[in-house]
Design a protein around this ligand. Structure first.
Ligand code: PRX
Length: 621
């Protein structure tokens, strides 16, 4: 039996939604009516003729409508007299502060949007953004959206190779980056990485460079331009492009079960409706909130709940440049005190890491401004949940354990503040969402039993397709179990209808909340001259949730040394990025395979964890 935490009278009193069950069943009976009601809270250039067109497995929402997400992020706040309200508070790792009101943010976005136009960027062009957590990272995304260009943000912890693949696939016209930045005490030479990644790629016409670290860089004549110089003389007037509700807003690469990352496509109309509704209702947003999400806009959490939704809701948000627990484990808690944060959204890995340093760190700070806490990205173990609840939320703040994916665009399964909470459970589906646990053949699994988590109906912020790859979209998401969206996660549902997410069932790992495909890591191993073959598994890790372990077959005659293990770790760091550095490498002579040659990672994992290996009838040897 898991513990149950009932909402306090104080939380209940303030809750936008007091009766989840009633609204949920109404929303399921008529999802189009529910979503239409939400959509009407936003501004559109022209309303829709039809809410949903569902030609399985392709959905279109708000058919015929004209809109632009920026019209809701900025324009409507300026128009309604909110221009002087603080939109963005930023603090650098070096303690430097910058502030933007809605008007100032709008001016910056318009200047850059005009700058991009001057460089020849047009509606539908792809722009890669490879920036650290600076205000310009957000401004760049917003400026692209404003003129109808499609942004492809690449997390700036990714390597040259990863960036190059993404620039090539997207046929990027402009890359926006920085000279460099400090990550902890290390200088990361971002512009150098971009120079290498873009080398010889014909589509790249310009590289815009934000000055941050003042390190020496090469500026290639005609191609490269300083951000400051570009926007300096630009007008703060720029008309927001009228888009169709189904026009793409961004592509975002994420890992799947093949080596090649796939680009998830999200659009203007439905996406803004979905992220607006979820942030508003799950985090019970009110006008005086100060939002702090610790994610990076390089990932979907940052797209939806940093760059877009908080601004659509017209609240003030805080954005921090530095990494977690730096320069000391009390940093985040000090920021909550300093900026009087009311809603804090982070990850289980960060909570577990903080736990390790002890409650004395948060105890140094006044956290009484907090009202609601959130977590995302991986399952949170009840122990970490309890610590978060006790030492950060002081037993006053409900924790929203939000389950969702790059593909879903918005939070899909989560408690609401007015719901009783069960530590470790993401609670119930959001309004309009039908989630179920099924077996491989599409049969609903008994209550309390594990199975595949699937989604049975379309939702407005769902991915529309994979960029240039409809076939893969159909196969990966709708081809596993016929008729439903396959999440790739294992889960169970308890007798109260609460969902318990257990983790990935496919060849995707979640390391510290970051998503990697085993194939992606394995091909990085094989690109090393000493390696013939490799298999990668995720092993439980106390802080990171999962850590990477690789089984590696070396070429004949290569010696199995510790030095080589370290060299391979460095190689993966270089090929994929520092976050993918394997925890453990084991040299082996063979790998378990099916007769058709597929590596059976399941067997490696079972053996590694001392568990029964299960069915081995397909094993070749
Ligand atoms: O396995 C689930 C896990 O993260 C996966 C999606 O990863 P990504 O696309 O990188 O998006 C992460 C941020 C939205 C899911 O398939 N996951 C996400 N949230 C949770 C979770 N697992 C358990 N509990 C969660 N709250």
């Amino acid at each position: 039996m898991s513990k149950l935490y009932n909402p306090s009278p104080e939380v209940l009193k303030k809750a936008h939604i007091k009766d989840y069950d009633k609204l949920y069943s109404e929303s399921i009976k008529d999802p189009e009516k529910f979503w239409e009601g939400i959509a009407k809270e936003l501004s559109w250039f022209k309303p829709w003729k039809k809410v949903l067109q569902w030609r399985y497995p392709f959905a279109k929402w708000f058919i015929g409508a004209r809109c632009n997400i920026i019209h809701n992020v900025l324009d409507r706040h300026i128009k309604s007299g909110k221009g002087d309200k603080l939109a963005l508070l930023w603090e650098g790792q070096d303690g430097k502060e910058r502030k933007f009101t809605y008007k100032e943010l709008n001016d910056e976005v318009s200047r850059l949007a005009n700058g991009l136009k001057k460089l020849g960027v047009k509606k539908g062009d792809r722009i890669s953004i490879y920036l650290p957590r600076l205000p310009e990272q957000i401004i760049s995304m917003l400026a692209c959206a404003k003129i109808g260009a499609i942004h492809s943000v690449v997390y700036c912890g990714f390597s040259v190779e990863a960036l190059r693949t993404r620039i090539t696939d997207a046929q990027t016209k402009v890359v926006i980056t920085a000279d460099g930045y400090h990550y902890r005490d290390k200088l990361i030479k971002t512009k150098h990485i971009v120079d290498e990644a873009a080398e010889g790629i014909k589509s790249v016409k310009h590289i815009i460079v934000v000055k941050r670290a003042n390190n020496d860089i090469d500026m290639k004549q005609e191609r490269d331009i300083w951000y400051d110089k570009l926007v300096k003389d630009m007008s703060t007037d720029c008309t927001t492009e009228e888009m169709s509700s189904e026009d793409p807003l961004f592509i975002l690469y994420t890992s799947g079960s093949t080596g090649k990352p796939k680009a998830v496509v999200h659009v203007h109309g439905g996406y803004m409706v979905g992220i607006y509704a979820t942030l508003k209702l799950i985090f019970n947003i009110s006008d005086d909130d100060i939002w702090y999400c610790t994610a990076d806009p390089g990932w979907i959490t940052g797209h939806s709940y940093i760059t877009y939704a908080p601004f659509i809701l017209g609240i003030t948000q805080f954005f921090y440049e530095g990494p977690p627990l730096y320069p000391d484990p009390g940093k985040w808690w000090s920021l909550i005190e300093k900026y009087k944060i009311t809603k804090f959204y982070s990850t289980p890995t960060a909570i577990r890491a903080s736990m390790r340093y002890g409650a004395e760190w948060p105890q140094k700070y006044d956290l009484s401004s907090l009202r609601i806490l959130g977590t995302v990205g991986e399952p949170i173990n009840p122990e970490a949940w309890e610590w978060y609840y006790e030492h950060i939320g002081h037993r006053r703040c409900p924790i929203m354990d939000t389950w969702w994916q790059t593909e879903t665009g918005m939070q899909m399964i989560s408690p609401l503040p007015s719901m009783p909470l069960k530590p470790g459970s993401a609670a119930k589906p959001f309004f309009g969402i039908v989630a179920e646990i099924m077996d491989k053949d599409g049969r609903v699994v008994e209550t309390g039993k594990g199975g595949f988590l699937v989604l049975k109906t379309p939702w407005p912020s769902m991915l529309r397709t994979l960029y240039k790859n409809k076939k893969r979209y159909k196969k990966v998401y709708w081809g596993e179990i016929s008729g439903v969206y396959f999440t790739g996660d294992a889960a169970k549902k308890d007798k109260d209808g609460y969902f318990w997410i257990e983790g990935r069932t496919d060849d995707v790992l979640k390391v510290a909340g970051y998503r990697f495909g085993t194939a992606e890591l394995e091909s990085a191993f094989v690109s090393h001259p000493s390696v013939v073959e490799a298999a990668v598994i995720g092993k439980p890790h106390e802080v990171k949730g999962q850590a990477i372990k690789a089984f590696v077959i070396l070429k004949q005659g290569i010696e199995k040394t510790e030095e080589l293990k370290n060299e391979l770790k460095a190689h993966i760091k270089k090929e994929v990025g520092p976050i993918a550095k394997p925890e453990e490498i084991e040299f082996v002579d063979t790998l378990p395979k099916t007769r058709s040659g597929k590596i059976m990672r399941r067997i490696l994992k079972a053996k590694e964890l001392g568990k029964p290996v299960g069915d081995t009838s397909t094993l070749e040897d």
